[in-house]
Design a protein around this ligand. Structure first.
Ligand code: GLA
Length: 418
C-alpha cells in the first residue's frame, strides 16, 4: 500500500465551522466546557451491496461529511443529549438506557451507550477469551455524560448519517469510559445499536467504513472474518470524481424491503445447507437454481455474483487503476435492479443518464428502495452530467435530485478542541 500522493486539501471552512459550532453549542446549552470533541464520517459504498449480512465482501469508503460530537463525563449517572438539528434536550440515566426505552434520533447515540455494555468483543473472542471475561463497559458503574452534536452527512441519502453518529459516539465513550476496544469491535457496537435500539436489521458495513476509512482510500472488508484492508483509490490522480446523485426518494431499513431481502438470503442459505451465502461460489448457482423458487434464486444470484464483483473490483483497481472498474459498477446495478429488485425508477434513471453522459460506471448505492446513486466520472464532465441529470429528472416528472462530489476521508477520530 502506498501513501496517497494527491495534495492534501485543507479542512474546509464548513468543517471548522461545524466543530466550532458544536463546542459553542455544548457550552451554551450545558453552561460548561466539553471534555473533548470526536467526529466520524458517513460512507458511500463503491461496490458490494447487501453482501455484509451474508458474511460477504464490501468495498465502501468514508466520505468528507461528518458527525461532530462534544461530550463531557458527569459525576453522576445522568445523561443529557441534544443536537443542532433538534430543539429538545433528551434526559435519561445510564440505568434507563435500554433498547425498549429508546426512540427517535437519540436511539442511535444512546443505543451505542447500551451496546457498549452488551457487545461481544470480536478480537477478544478471537484470542479465546473466556465467556466470563468482561468486555466493553460495565453499565452498572460507568458515569453519565452530556453530549451535543451536529452533522454534515445528509440524512436519508443512503450515506449512513446514522453510522456517523454511532461511530462518533462509540469512539467518544470508548475513550472517556477507558474501554480499550478496537475499531472492529466498535463497529460491532454500532451495528448492535442499530439492530437492537433502532430496530433495523442491517449489517456491519457502514460502521466499519466510518471507523476504518482513510483519506483517498476505500475499506475492503471481509464481513465473515472482519479482516479489513485499506486500499488506495487514486481517483484524483486518474482525473476522476465520484458524484453522488441523491434522488431524494426516502427509504427506511427498519421496515419492509430490506428485512425481506435479508430473509430471502437466509432462506437461500438454509436450502443450500450453508451457514451463509458467502459459502456459495458462482459454480454453485446451477445447483441452487434447481432447489429454490425463482425469486429466492435471483436474490441468491445477486449476492454470489456481487461478492465476485467486489473481488474483481479490488483486483482491477490494483492492476489497472480506477479507470477500469466502471463495467463492474454497471453490472452491480443491473444485478440489484433485476435480481435483487431494490432499485426504483429514479435510481435507474440516474444511472442510465450518468452512463449516457460520460460516466465510466454508475450504480445505486446503499440499501436501496430510494436514496442515492453514484457515478464515477472524469472530473471535468461533472457539471455537464449534473445538467443532464436535472433535465432527465424534470422530463420524467421526478423530484429534483441533489448532487455533490464526495472524496474519501479519514475515519472516526478525536478532534482537537482548539
Ligand atoms: C444499508 C445497511 C448496510 C448494508 C447496505 C446494503 O446501508 O446499513 O449494512 O446492508 O444497506 O449493502
Amino acid at each position: 500500500m502506498t501513501e496517497p500522493t494527491a495534495p492534501v486539501p485543507a479542512a474546509t471552512p464548513t468543517e471548522d465551522a461545524v466543530r466550532a459550532g458544536v463546542v459553542s453549542g455544548f457550552s451554551a446549552l450545558y453552561g460548561y466546557e466539553p471534555d473533548g470533541l470526536w467526529s466520524a464520517p458517513g460512507r458511500v459504498n463503491l461496490i458490494g451491496e447487501h453482501t455484509d449480512y451474508n458474511e460477504g465482501f464490501v468495498f465502501p469508503f468514508a466520505i468528507d461529511r461528518r458527525t461532530v460530537l462534544a461530550l463531557a463525563l458527569r459525576q453522576d449517572r445522568r445523561i443529557r443529549i441534544s443536537s443542532a438539528f433538534s430543539d429538545t434536550v433528551i434526559e435519561t440515566t445510564v440505568d434507563d438506557v435500554r433498547p425498549e426505552t429508546l426512540s427517535g434520533w437519540s436511539a442511535y447515540p444512546l443505543g451505542v451507550a447500551w451496546a457498549l455494555g452488551n457487545v461481544e468483543s470480536f478480537s477478544n473472542a478471537d484470542e479465546g477469551a473466556g465467556v466470563d471475561d468482561r468486555l466493553g463497559a460495565d453499565l452498572d458503574t460507568v458515569p453519565g455524560f452530556d453530549v451535543f452534536l451536529d452533522s454534515t452527512v445528509p440524512i436519508g441519502a443512503g450515506l449512513s448519517s446514522s453510522a456517523a453518529i454511532e461511530s462518533a459516539m462509540a469512539l467518544a465513550l470508548n475513550d472517556v469510559w477507558e474501554l480499550g476496544l478496537d475499531r472492529q469491535t466498535l463497529a460491532k457496537v454500532g451495528q448492535l445499536a442499530e439492530n437492537q435500539a433502532v430496530g433495523a436489521p442491517t449489517g456491519i458495513m457502514d460502521q466499519s467504513a466510518s471507523l476504518l476509512g482513510r483519506r483517498d482510500a476505500a475499506v475492503f472488508l471481509d464481513c465473515r472474518s472482519l479482516d479489513a484492508e485499506v486500499i488506495d483509490l487514486g481517483f484524483a490522480e486518474a482525473g476522476l470524481a465520484l458524484l453522488i446523485i441523491d434522488t431524494n426518494v426516502s427509504h427506511s431499513h427498519a421496515t419492509g424491503g430490506y428485512a425481506e431481502r435479508r430473509a430471502s438470503c437466509e432462506e437461500g442459505a438454509a436450502v443450500m445447507g450453508v451457514p451463509s451465502l458467502r459459502y456459495l461460489e458462482i459454480d454453485d448457482l446451477p445447483r441452487a437454481e434447481e432447489r429454490m423458487s425463482e425469486t429466492t434464486f435471483r436474490r441468491v444470484r445477486h449476492i454470489v455474483t456481487e461478492n465476485q464483483r467486489v473481488l474483481d473490483t479490488v483486483r482491477t483497481l490494483r492492476l489497472e487503476g480506477p479507470g477500469a472498474i466502471g463495467p463492474l459498477l454497471d453490472a452491480s446495478h443491473v444485478s440489484m435492479r433485476d435480481d435483487f429488485e431494490i432499485s426504483v425508477p429514479e435510481l435507474d434513471l440516474a444511472v442510465e443518464t450518468a452512463q449516457a453522459n460520460g460516466a465510466i460506471g454508475a450504480r445505486m448505492t446503499g440499501g436501496g428502495f430510494g436514496g442515492a446513486a453514484i457515478a464515477l466520472v472524469p472530473s471535468a464532465t461533472v457539471p455537464a452530467l449534473e445538467t443532464a441529470i436535472l433535465a432527465a429528472f424534470a422530463g420524467a416528472g421526478f423530484a429534483t435530485p441533489t448532487m455533490f462530489v464526495v472524496n474519501a476521508a479519514d475515519g472516526a477520530k478525536r478532534e482537537s478542541l482548539d
